[in-house]
Each structure stands twice: as structure tokens, then as C-alpha cells.
Design a protein around this ligand. Sequence first.
Ligand code: THU
Length: 131
Amino acid sequence: MKEKELIKAALAARGNAYSRYSGFKVGAALLTKDGKIYSGCNVENGVFSASVCAERTAFYVAIAAGEREFQAIAIAADETDYCYPCGICRQVMAEFCGEDFLIYAVKNEADYKVLTLGELLPKAFHFTVKR
Ligand code: THU
């Protein structure tokens, strides 16, 4: 797995964060099962509810490019703390990924934690229509 490359991509994507309201910059890098990396950053808006997290940006860019299968995501924000995905992003991950999907919470290239989606969102909701 391209762990180091994924972490570097998340740190680089953080540089593009548009966070003029919170000042909190976040970068994310999403790894497909066949080894491609899609990056995203948070993009804020003066209408705060229109803002989007780095993780969802990375997912939506990848989905729009036709990707459907993912193995891991790296998230880099404030270097003094690990940044774990918010509840909405966890739900978006659960739409496309299983419980073994890996989440790298990155402080820097040498300091990061690895968790699974199953740990961060146990018993996720999945929409099923019963007729
Ligand atoms: N944010 C992310 O991009 N990812 C996270 O995991 C947590 C929060 C963004 C949203 C908003 O632009 C800023 O950080 C403060 O919440």
C-alpha cells in the first residue's frame, strides 16, 4: 500500500484549503483499490452550511471520475493534533466503503494513527427499500 505517498498527498492538499472563516486547513487523500490517489481540501463558504470537508471533497472528486472502490484515506489538519473525520464524512465513507476501510489521521509524515471505518462508525446506516 502506498502509505507514505498517501500521507504526503494529504499534507500537500492541505495547502489548497479554502478556510477563510474557520482558519482551519484540512487536506485529504483517498486511495482507490487499484492504487490511484484523489486529493481534496475543505472549501468554506460565507453561508457556513455550504462548506464542505476535505474528506468529502476527495470522495466526490473520485466518484465523479468514475471510481467506486477505495482502500484508505489520509487526513491532515493541525499538526498539533490528529484530525478524525466528522460524522457526515463517516457516513459518506460508509456509502462506498466497508468496515475495513483504513483512515489515517496525520499530524506529519512521521506521526499518524491508523483506524478502520468500523471503529469510527460501527453499525452504520445503510438504506434499503423493503417492498
Ligand atoms: N473539516 C474538515 O475538512 N475535515 C474534518 O475532518 C473536520 C473539519 C473542516 C470543515 C471546516 O471547513 C473546518 O474544518 C472547521 O470545521
